[in-house]
Design a protein around this ligand. Structure first.
Ligand SMILES: [Zn+2]
Length: 291
């Protein structure tokens, strides 16, 4: 999420777990195990029944984030397993810390090797990151003026590497509250109906993957993408245009296909239509620089 200070990015992130599907019993056990190993389980708590939400501060070390220590302990990415990891002010995190996220984002697991021991911890988390568009926070704002130079803005945005940006499915601009109040006539939808749509989409995905080892579109392999994300000629053309205009990588194209599949599922559409692909492409706005 990119937007000026006070636009509600943190609030949106914190509310996200309210629209996620409830944990299954097996998932609850997985989450409980990680918390137990980390020594974070309260004495009266026998089973973690809600999806975790973790929001470490930007001063965190790479060991704190991905795990580590003499006797390897799970880090924040494992404590966020099957839940949400929220990184506010993403460009403020140390570069090595952010880069350490790349492999677990891809694999859903983290292996920590120390001289005497090797330990693997699960790390299937949903990453939500928030940042201002520039050092002062108001670049592109419709109400306040930004005083940063193009070079300052470029430098700030380049703190997030292309390969990390590549691994984020949805890039969303969050305008200032003042602007939204002026332009939004509709009142927002509450979490309950949204959660119902999410649950229905999850059911479709469970049926789709059957006995395969995954439960949602985000975890599709290349082979599964070929099988389940077939698109028509018009949608193909849209993707070709996006590759040309945004310079998309093959990885980004796969992500567009997965997101298109999910948008179609949320609309209960068995085919991926070009309008779904067009929406998914819109969410890749940061593949090119903001300026
Ligand atoms: Zn600025």
């Amino acid at each position: 999420m990119v937007g000026p200070p006070g636009s509600g990015k943190s609030m949106l992130a914190k509310r996200l777990p309210t629209i996620l599907p409830d944990l299954s019993f097996d998932e609850a056990i997985e989450v409980t195990k990680v918390f137990s190993i980390a020594g974070f389980l309260n004495r009266e708590e026998t089973l973690m029944a809600v999806r975790p939400f973790r929001s470490p501060h930007h001063t965190i070390s790479d060991a704190g984030l991905v795990g580590g220590g003499q006797t390897p302990r799970p880090g924040e990415i494992s404590l966020a397993h099957l839940g949400v990891l929220f990184l506010d002010e993403l460009p403020e995190f140390k570069k090595n810390v952010l880069e350490a996220l790349r492999q677990p984002l891809e694999d859903g697991t983290i292996t920590i090797t120390r001289s005497s021991v090797t330990a693997s911890f699960p790390a299937k988390f949903m990453l939500i990151a928030a940042m201002n568009p520039c050092p002062c926070g108001y670049f592109g704002d419709r109400v306040r003026t930004c005083h940063c130079s193009p070079q300052q803005i470029r430098q700030y945005q380049s703190k997030i590497s292309g390969p990390l940006m590549d691994r984020i499915d949805l890039h969303i601009e969050v305008p200032s509250v003042k602007y939204r109040a002026l332009s939004d006539k509709e009142t927002g939808e509450s979490s309950m109906p949204i959660k119902e749509r999410v649950n229905k989409a999850r059911e479709l995905q469970k049926k789709r993957f059957g006995s395969d080892d995954i439960v949602c579109n985000a975890r599709m392999t290349e082979k599964q993408i070929q099988e389940f994300c077939q698109i028509g000629e018009e949608a193909h053309k849209l993707i070709e245009m996006a590759i040309e205009k945004l310079g998309l990588s093959a990885r980004a194209v796969n992500r567009i296909l997965k997101v298109s599949r999910t948008i179609a599922d949320l609309e209960n559409s068995s085919n991926i239509e070009s309008v779904h692909v067009a929406e998914a492409i819109q969410y890749r706005s940061l593949d090119r620089s903001l300026i």
